[in-house]
Design a protein around this ligand. Structure first.
Ligand code: PLP
Length: 389
């Protein structure tokens, strides 16, 4: 085999998928896999969804790119849907989650008119570019990349007092994921986000919610904070918004938008017509029925798995189709994920001990039943003979 010239920044499984349909993927040998990862919470409507594919094909036969120097009816349609669904006012398009968060940091600073300090959560994740990395409360991800961008403080997630004590006269915003995704699928106690919102109002701070992973229906609402009936000032999105094509978005209030003038921010590819066509198709598919079903499917899976009381499982948590399975001490999530892959089940991990289940919305109860029986067998060491991990 010729030398591999890909940079070694990813640990990749030695499996390549050749095609996919709905919740299923097939490798080059024709082996079938059930997708419980959706490319890390991206392909919500599954692989080769016909409506999304045809919207993309239509746009591919039109224009691929014209730049943001020109009008875009696709962007306008998508922006008005996102504004309507969020109750906010204005939308900026970029290409990824980290870029949406970079925009949020810049917009908050401009709005703050001199105030610059942003409080974030320990264990949170906002991306890999320098601003988003500095907002990411995971010191292990900072190593080798100092100095970070000045002006961020990460405090324990879910503890309102820790935010209160971090507020200074320079503080301009609190930036959080409604549920920590990369940090282990950590759901805060009921009332936490409402208390954070109240704190923001009391101190004239912006509430920035990073819904890159939790947004676009994943938790059974358009946006996860809608479970708490609060309205943030800025929402950031990416991942599921275009079912796999690169697109990020920032939605904000008129108050925030009013400080951003032509030339303050931008992106060559942001809001690319092909990605936007996919996203407009996604928004049409994301009906109330789909949202309700995501909640029901997630509840079904959690209750069925909980009922088994597997000794290797310490906790099962999440909302809708964003679920984390906390394994007992000494059981490696990476090893379990590798064994599941060998059995035709694709999952994610977060850290050394959490299995992440982020299936496409088109998953079925029968798929979950299949997952549970395979997972139990893998944990019990009863996987098919000859499977090497
Ligand atoms: N924010 C959250 C909550 C994420 O989960 C991620 C990616 O995992 C990001 C931001 C970064 O998104 P991207 O990889 O598109 O830059």
């Amino acid at each position: 085999m010729s030398e591999n010239h890909l940079l070694g920044n990813y640990n990749r499984y030695p499996v390549e998928f050749a095609f996919g349909e709905g919740a299923y993927l097939y490798d080059h040998q024709g082996s079938k896999y059930t997708d419980f990862l959706s490319g890390i919470a991206v392909t919500g409507f599954g692989h080769a969804q016909p409506d999304i594919t045809s919207a993309v094909m239509k746009q591919l036969n039109g224009v691929w790119h014209t730049s943001n120097l020109f009008d875009s009816s696709g962007q306008k349609t998508l922006a008005s849907t996102l504004a309507e669904k969020s109750g906010l006012d204005k939308v900026f398009f970029c290409n990824s989650g980290t870029e949406a968060n970079e925009a949020a940091i810049k917009f908050a600073r401009k709005w703050g008119n001199g105030r610059y300090h942003i409080i974030t959560a320990l264990g949170g994740f906002h991306g890999r570019t320098m601003g988003a990395l500095s907002a990411t409360g995971q010191p292990k991800l900072w190593n080798g990349f100092f100095p970070l961008v000045y002006g961020f403080t990460s405090v324990p997630f879910g503890v309102i007092e820790s935010i209160k004590s971090a507020i200074t006269p320079q503080t301009v915003a609190i930036m959080l994921e409604p549920i920590l995704g990369e940090g282990g699928v950590i759901v805060p106690q009921n009332g936490y986000l409402t208390a954070v919102k109240e704190l923001c109002e009391e101190h004239n701070l912006l509430l920035i919610l990073d819904e890159v992973q939790t947004g676009m229906g994943r938790t059974g609402k358009w946006f996860a904070h809608q479970h708490d009936d609060i309205k943030p000032d800025i929402i950031t999105l990416a991942k599921g918004i275009a079912n796999g094509l690169p697109l990020g978005a920032l939605i904000c209030s008129d108050d925030v938008a009013s400080v951003i003038k032509p030339g303050d921010h931008g992106s060559t590819f942001g809001g690319n017509p092909v990605s936007v066509a996919a996203a407009n198709a996604v928004t049409e598919l994301l009906t109330d029925d789909v949202l309700a079903e995501n909640l029901e499917l997630g509840d079904y899976f959690v209750s069925q798995l909980t009922e088994l009381s597997l000794p290797e499982v310490l906790d099962i948590r999440g909302k809708g189709l964003m679920i984390g399975i906390q394994l007992a001490d000494g059981i490696s999530s990476k090893t379990v994920a590798g064994k599941l892959l060998n059995q035709g089940i694709v999952v994610g991990t977060s850290g050394d001990s959490v299995i992440r289940v982020l299936p496409p919305f088109v998953i079925s109860k029968a798929d979950f039943d299949h997952f549970i029986s395979t997972f139990s067998a893998v944990l019990a060491g009863a996987e098919a003979q000859g499977v090497a991990v």
